[in-house]
Write a protein that binds this ligand. Structure first.
Ligand SMILES: C[S@@+](CC[C@H](N)C(=O)[O-])C[C@H]1O[C@@H](n2cnc3c(N)ncnc32)[C@H](O)[C@@H]1O
Length: 349
């Protein structure tokens, strides 16, 4: 799985128990990101709908959530073996992200350019299109030279960047689901009712569109004009690429609307003690769903905040922050189910 800010990797065991306690058969993961949580629900046998605005999240959700694994696995492995034999050839990706910036070693950039072109020309109309894009992103992430966000690259090459890239089978999961690329707030009232909804919105001003602009471009393959040391996409400046959840002013109303409109028997809202809203605000927002409980977990902070972030000239452009953060989960809905789910929190503390 890729390095991703706010990824809920460490919360998966808890979320798994919460989903079991909720007795859900259908679930909605409204800010699916890496799809880790949606995958966890799918593995439990739930039919999951995974939503995110990011193009790379759509690729992940098509791969791991929408496709029923097992079908065509051999065909996918053969396509990956063949793509791994591709002759590298420099193009847009190499120029922008290996020459103008230093996110990847040029040899890997040339491989990415050539493989990505082949995926577009040979697989555009194939069911393997998204699984192959996912395999390419995962392979690139294993050899990048960043702390895990694409606003800056490391002063000296990361040792993993010297490895030569190879695509691996992303291992599809058995079961059913749906992948949707959309703004959660506008979409949610039009979705079918679900048993369990999981909400994990961004909780500060840091935008995923700019933090992961390289994955966005790799999936869109639209060679955008870019700017600055980080070579961000020019459309980062446009309103339609901005999320209300990155705005202190817009976020409370967006969250309130989302919670009100989501048609789910039980809801889990992940939040963080560094967010703009207090615990009481979160609880108040969730009251419209019925009974409300809050559980908290103490986790080590995202690594980028511990080691600091450096620009091309080797200057520190981000400082290490506090080393611990609290993950909060608000559970809301039918009182009996919420009471059962709350017991999961008790066993964790
Ligand atoms: C905290 S991350 C979710 C991480 C995810 N739970 C995981 O474990 O990988 C927040 C996600 O919200 C997405 N996002 C931001 N604004 C959104 C919006 N208005 N609608 C849907 N998704 C949005 C971002 O692209 C990002 O993937």
């Amino acid at each position: 799985m890729i390095k991703y800010l706010g990824s809920k990797r460490t919360l998966i065991p808890v979320l798994e128990q919460l989903a079991v306690a909720s007795e859900a058969k259908t679930a909605l993961d409204l800010f699916t990101g890496t799809t880790r949580v949606a995958q966890c629900f799918k593995k439990l046998g739930l039919f999951v709908t995974a939503v995110d605005t990011a193009s790379y999240s759509l690729a992940f959700a098509k791969t791991w959530i929408e496709f029923d694994g097992g079908v065509g696995q051999l065909q996918l492995e053969a396509a990956i073996d063949d793509l791994n034999k591709t002759t590298p050839e420099a193009g847009y990706f190499t120029q922008e992200f290996c020459v103008n910036a230093r996110y990847f070693q040029p040899e890997n950039g040339e491989f990415i350019d050539a493989v990505r072109n082949r995926i577009e020309t040979e697989f555009k109309n194939s069911w393997m299109y998204f699984p192959l894009l996912t395999a390419l992103i995962l392979a690139a992430d294993r050899v990048d030279s960043t702390t895990g966000i694409q606003m800056a690259f490391l002063k000296s090459w990361a040792s993993r960047s010297f490895n030569r890239m190879q695509l691996r089978d992303p291992k599809l999961l058995a079961g059913g689901g749906k992948a949707i690329q959309a703004d959660a707030v506008s979409l949610v009232s039009g979705l079918a009712p679900v048993d369990l909804a999981y909400l994990d919105p961004p909780y500060n001003q840091h935008r995923y569109f700019t933090n992961y602009h390289i994955w966005e471009t790799l999936v869109r393959w639209d060679a955008p004009e870019s700017y600055g040391i980080a070579r961000k996409r020019i459309d980062s400046r446009e309103t339609q690429t901005k999320s209300p959840f990155n705005s202190r002013k817009a976020m409370p109303e967006a969250l309130e609307k989302l919670v009100r409109d989501v048609n789910a028997e039980t809801l889990i809202l992940s939040y963080n003690n560094e967010s703009w809203l207090s615990r009481d605000d979160l609880i108040d927002i969730c009251r419209v769903k019925g009974s409300v409980e809050l559980i908290e977990f103490d986790f080590k902070r995202y690594i980028g905040s511990q080691i600091g972030i450096y620009n091309k000239a080797g200057q520190r452009v981000g400082n290490p922050g506090q080393k611990r953060n609290l993950e909060l989960m608000v559970i809301a809905g039918d009182p009996k189910r919420v009471a059962k789910m709350k017991l999961v929190g008790k066993h964790q503390s």
